[in-house]
Write a protein that binds this ligand. Structure first.
Ligand SMILES: O=P(O)(O)O[C@H]1O[C@H](CO)[C@@H](O)[C@H]1O
Ligand SMILES: O=c1cc[nH]c(=O)[nH]1
Length: 271
């Protein structure tokens, strides 16, 4: 069956997928797959399939923002994808996780408009526990390919989070915030409250991924590379193109590929 917006056929789709905002990042990830081939590049949605450690998987870009990303998640699940991992970037809420860190998202604050049109207020946007465990383990074991292992305790305003990582990348685990607005207008975004409540970072699609996956019976997780501070003046300071961010993106890609392969092997063993 042809998916009308992504322009992919369900017959070509594996059960496992990595999703990311940027079509160029999808291409970069696809270069780590064996026998990679591009299935379609329709609007912002670029789809590759290939193998990693012998497991068939897809890599698909979903663009910026929840409404467009949700279209991608819906069509992927309709096409037969059952496990999705988002590999994104985010702004940090704490100096303990500066640019160059990575964070595994356990749940997302639904500060977006899209999910309000899908489920009632108060319905939680949570990651799948198995996907999250696999991602945390993989993020702690893998790296960008350079550096020594690091570990320790990081204090957030609401409590403490432990971190370990390889390649000098700090790995945080916790709640992220999904916003619609990237640049600010005249309304204040309640960054200070999210921070005080213990959220670690903000981005723009994870809540949509968790809600669509929950609604449609798929499982999902997410990992983000930190590219600055969410509550800084993004119009003046945002720079996702530094070496530190590139290393963190490399780290999260390696972690996501390893986590998906681990989950697929676990599924094969229990079938
Ligand atoms: O790097 P990606 O995956 O696009 O994620 C983040 O970057 C974009 C904003 O620049 C938003 O999509 C946000 O969620
Ligand atoms: O949404 C985003 C993505 C990256 N960095 C941010 O500060 N916000």
């Amino acid at each position: 069956m042809l998916m009308p917006i992504l322009q992919i056929h369900s017959e070509d789709m594996p059960a496992y997928a990595i999703v990311c905002g940027d079509p160029a990042r999808a291409e970069k990830i696809s270069r780590k797959l064996e026998n990679a081939r591009e299935l379609a590049f329709s609007r912002e949605y670029r789809t590759f399939v290939g193998e990693y450690e012998g497991i068939q998987m897809a890599v698909v870009s979903h663009g910026v923002g929840s409404p467009g990303a949700a279209v991608c998640f819906e069509e992927l699940i309709r096409a037969g994808v059952k496990t999705l991992i988002r590999v994104g970037t985010a702004g940090s809420y704490t100096a303990d996780y500066p640019a160059g860190s990575v964070i595994v998202s356990t749940a997302a604050v639904r500060s977006d408009g899209l999910t309000r049109q899908l489920v009632p207020d108060g319905f939680p946007a949570v990651a799948d526990i198995d996907v999250t465990s696999a991602l945390v383990a993989a993020a702690r074991e893998t790296g960008s390919g350079e550096g020594e292992a690091v570990s320790g305790e990081a204090g957030t305003e609401a409590g403490a989070a432990s971190f370990t990582g390889v390649g000098a990348t700090k790995v945080g685990v916790g709640i992220t915030v999904t916003l619609d607005a990237f640049f600010t207008g005249v309304e204040e975004i309640p960054h200070r409250k999210y921070k005080q409540a213990g959220a670690l970072a903000a981005e723009m699609e994870i809540a949509a991924l968790y809600i669509v996956s929950t609604l449609r019976g798929a499982r999902a997780g997410a990992i983000v590379a930190i590219d600055g501070f969410a509550d800084s003046d993004l119009a003046a300071e945002y720079d996702p193109h530094t070496d530190a961010v590139a290393k963190a993106v490399e780290h999260e890609i390696n972690a996501a590929l390893r986590a998906l392969a681990t989950l697929a092997r676990q599924d094969q063993a229990t079938r």
